[in-house]
Design a protein around this ligand. Structure first.
Ligand code: ZN
Length: 244
């Protein structure tokens, strides 16, 4: 049976499919990640369909025999302008899309909301780019279930002192005490740890308003990107690029 669906989604990637068509990935609150074709999407009127990083409501046709989706119509409600004019902005938006596509989740609606909020904030406040990376990455790790309680070591239950550095366990994919760590490539400084604990129950928008010193911010970006990379098992292209 052929089916028509109406999906709200963010366009997380766009790739050419031969000379004429294109393939896009959509992240929707109901279905999570799906791939859809835009027939004739590389030429003429159809090339405007499903622009990268946009969000909208898409009319999607599902062919169950081929298990294939294709986009027929759309109503875009978020179309970024400034993100694409800046190389760092483009890489950052790509990072949000790439990382959210990698997270296995039973509740795609929460990832969708976070992804859309991060893209919208990046579009409106590009000067907060590094802070958005921090708050987005922390919320993503919390949603993925990998983030433990940062006040104690999840491996040996040792309570962490206020000024203690946390190290990392690549097998547990979470910060641990020095004794339980198996790498020193990722460390979590005490100030960064306090920031993460302080903002962990806040919404993404509220945590953006919490100030973080510039040096601490740079350190925390590095820590969180390495943490996300470890969690995703093989490195993300956008993190490896060094452009974030
Ligand atoms: Zn420990």
């Amino acid at each position: 049976m052929e089916r028509h669906l109406r999906l709200t989604a963010v366009v997380t990637s766009v790739k050419p499919l031969g000379d004429i068509h294109k393939s896009v990935s959509l992240f929707s609150p109901e279905l999570g990640l799906i791939y859809a074709k835009v027939y004739g999407g590389r030429k003429g009127k159809k090339s405007a369909l499903a622009p990268l990083f946009s969000a909208g409501t898409f009319e999607v046709y599902h062919n169950p025999l081929k298990n294939e989706y294709s986009i027929t119509e759309e109503d875009i409600f978020f179309l970024p302008q400034s993100i694409n004019t800046d190389i760092q902005g483009t890489y950052t938006a790509s990072y949000f899309c790439e990382s959210s596509m990698r997270i296995k989740t039973d509740t795609p609606s929460e990832i969708y909301e976070l992804l859309l909020s991060a893209l919208k904030t990046l579009e409106e406040k590009p000067e907060l780019r590094r802070k958005i990376i921090i708050d987005y990455s922390w919320k993503l790790l919390l949603l993925s279930g990998t983030a433990g309680d940062l006040s104690e070591c999840p491996s040996c239950s040792k309570m962490m002192a206020n000024d203690e550095i946390m190290y990392f366990s690549t097998s547990l994919m979470t910060p641990v005490c020095k004794n339980c760590s198996d790498t020193d490539a990722i460390i979590l400084m005490p100030g960064s740890r306090r920031y993460l604990i302080y903002t962990q129950d806040m919404s993404f928008e509220d945590s953006l308003n919490v100030q973080l010193h510039e040096t601490a911010q740079d350190r925390l970006v590095n820590t969180l990107l390495r943490w996300v990379n470890t969690f995703c098992r093989y490195p993300l292209k956008t993190i490896s690029s060094g452009m974030l």
